[in-house]
Write a protein that binds this ligand. Sequence first.
Ligand SMILES: NC(=O)c1ccc[n+]([C@@H]2O[C@H](COP(=O)([O-])OP(=O)(O)OC[C@H]3O[C@@H](n4cnc5c(N)ncnc54)[C@H](O)[C@@H]3O)[C@@H](O)[C@H]2O)c1
Length: 359
Amino acid sequence: MKKKRILITGGCGFIGSHLAVDLTCQGFEVTALDNLSRRGSEILLQQRVNACGAGFIRGDVRIPEDLRKVPGRYDLLIECSAEPSVLMGTKGEDARYLLDVNLQGAINCFEWARERRTPVIFLSTSRVYPYDKINACRYQETETRYELLEGCPGVHPDGVSAEMPLQGVRSLYGASKLGAELILQEYAFQYKLPAIIDRCGVVAGPWQLGKADQGVFAFWMAKHYFRGPLNYIGFGGTGKQVRDLLHVQDLADLIGTQARILMNGAAPFYGEVFNAGGSRFSNLSLFEATNLCARLTGNAVAVGSIPECRPADMIWYLTDNGNTGEIFDWKPRRAVKEIFEDIFLWMRENEAEARKIFL
Ligand SMILES: NC(=O)c1ccc[n+]([C@@H]2O[C@H](COP(=O)([O-])OP(=O)(O)OC[C@H]3O[C@@H](n4cnc5c(N)ncnc54)[C@H](O)[C@@H]3O)[C@@H](O)[C@H]2O)c1
């Protein structure tokens, strides 16, 4: 039987390359399209995308012609390309690159899919939720973290639900992703284009070439492994801000199921939004991350303290996965300890590559 074909835009990024490997192993014919703008994406191209036998096209989602040149018919598009920095634009700098990639680039991908009647899975983010409302909730400070005491509509101790009202501010990154979500929903409705939107919380795992402003837990581990400087920034500078954490393989399991459903036309999805995060099952504060990293690496790093918050930072975020689990028979299976162990083992096995990226 002819293999189903999947195009992954941003396919040499952390999530895109993981999906390329996972879906290729499952017997799909995968092509990754990427402009290799992310630091380290050429390493993921060589060691992950090429190594698993997936195809590669160098292309830029901002340029419709680059997409048009992709040869042949595809059964699914997974749109993972992005400039994912939540800090971009917060220091008064020009943020048009972020908007061009995340908004216009995404629209170009949806247009490519519309012309070919190819179903779409779009990787969105929990950053669409307004952080000013989340930060304004009431929190209790414990020895190692903040915990939510009193939420607001859509925000409760077990997480932020997809029902949270969206008025408020969310960063240019979050706004660009929300804009792309809304356009995709219109495409799904107006053009009957099958589409699923996954709003992911923090995703982590091996091969994440993290930076302070994106992929922070891999970055935190690297700074312990290679003994680099670290700071707790914001919310008093004690590292008690909390995030949930989803193992990239758990995300791949969810997307694999969604991919099969969309490609088989088994159930109609037209722009529905699904939260996907580690949830209460897998979450930690930065302070707790420091303890875990120190234990795994054997290196204790003195972490500095900068009490002032950076713009767009959030004191607490857990995902309420809502009906995602029920609909796709899915739940996160790998919790914080396993995620950190996997990152550590990957760093140890690939020390030379990791050194190039993180030092
Ligand atoms: N990693 C997370 O914790 C997380 C959380 C929520 C949502 N997401 C979303 O998941 C998706 C993938 O994130 P990631 O962590 O893999 O990020 P990443 O930066 O590792 O991957 C993005 C990829 O897109 C490529 N890219 C950037 N601009 C491009 C362009 N103009 N044309 C083609 N390719 C381009 C980059 O080179 C990179 O390989 C993004 O849409 C992001 O918003 C990620």
